[in-house]
Design a protein around this ligand. Structure first.
Ligand SMILES: Cc1cc2nc3c(=O)[nH]c(=O)nc-3n(C[C@H](O)[C@H](O)[C@H](O)COP(=O)(O)OP(=O)(O)OC[C@H]3O[C@@H](n4cnc5c(N)ncnc54)[C@H](O)[C@@H]3O)c2cc1C
Length: 266
């Protein structure tokens, strides 16, 4: 069984808000120098799901697939240190400024080139832009059944069985493989690589493909092939007014009621 996990490298979502700046003119996020880049946490959980499947299927092989700059190799190395078997990095100037469609398009070309693939796992959404589109897009372009928001993923013979997160509970779904599953944080914590696995990861193969290696023309990937237009990118300005009502607790309560009534809130 071959499991491909699509994993994106993102600016550390735990970083202080002050480390992010928006260039409204260029409509892009400008990371502060020193901002750490990590594998998107939802994608770590997708790697974790693949490794849990392998615990029950000794024949399972896991490939971590990433589209990004050369630095994204570190996200792949992290997946390999967690226990994945090999990595593929799609790295080419032509891939820059991809939108959800051109990202999915390139990932699909790579999955096809990898040959046999029984299960594609993605995160429920990337922790930087949170679009939550690429996973379903990859499934659609590959013509695979897609099941989203998995908190548990099991493989039995040629069927993938998912416990799926709902607003008010869970549901169990099955699909014939090959299939695509997007993994949610409810799966539970991803394993932390230990020293031995981290050292072994250094010897695991990472293949780098450019657009031409995938048979993709420069005008169908990255910004050139993008279908989404970013109209405006900005941090909304919030004007919060705060008033402290003085007096005894009774006077404060009466003052609060007066103001709420004046604002027609009660
Ligand atoms: C308003 C806005 C402005 C943007 N501006 C820019 C910009 O100026 N420059 C720029 O480069 N990007 C920009 N982007 C980001 C770019 O469009 C996204 O990277 C791309 O659309 C993928 O969407 P996403 O990151 O939200 O992934 P999602 O759809 O949220 O990702 C879902 C899952 O798909 C997989 N996945 C997604 N991306 C990758 C990847 N690269 N490699 C492997 N797996 C992946 C992961 O498993 C992930 O969990 C912008 C996005 C928005 C919303």
């Amino acid at each position: 069984m071959h499991i491909v996990v699509c994993a994106k490298q993102v600016p550390n979502p735990e970083a202080a808000f002050s480390m992010f700046r928006i260039d409204e003119e260029a409509k892009r996020m400008v990371p502060a120098p020193g901002l750490q880049l990590v594998m998107s946490p939802f994608d770590e959980q997708a790697v974790e799901a693949a490794l849990r499947i392998r615990e029950h299927h000794a024949d399972a092989r896991t490939t971590v697939l990433t589209l990004g700059p050369d630095s994204a190799r570190n996200a792949i190395k992290h997946g390999l240190a967690m226990g994945a078997d090999e990595g593929v990095l799609l790295c080419d100037a032509a891939f820059e400024d991809a939108d959800s469609y051109t990202t999915a398009h390139a990932l699909v070309a790579a999955i096809r080139k990898l040959g046999r693939c029984d299960l594609v796992l993605t995160g429920r959404q990337a922790a930087d832009w949170d679009a939550g589109v690429v996973g379903a897009g990859v499934g659609e372009l590959l013509g695979l059944p897609v099941i989203t928001f998995a908190k548990d993923v099991h493989v039995e013979d040629t069927t993938v069985r998912i416990e799926r997160v709902l607003d008010d509970g869970t549901e169990i779904m099955e699909a014939a493989m090959p299939a695509l599953v997007t993994v949610s944080n409810e799966l539970g914590a991803a394993r932390t690589p230990n020293l031995r696995e981290t050292m072994r990861a250094a010897r695991k193969p990472v293949t780098v493909w450019k657009a031409a290696d995938l048979g993709l023309a420069a005008d169908e990937v990255g910004a050139a092939g993008a279908r989404r237009v970013v109209e405006r990118l900005f941090v909304p300005v919030k004007n919060n007014r705060c008033e402290f009502i003085a007096g005894s607790p009774e006077e404060q309560a009466a003052g609060l009621a007066q103001r709420l009534r004046a604002a027609k809130l009660i």
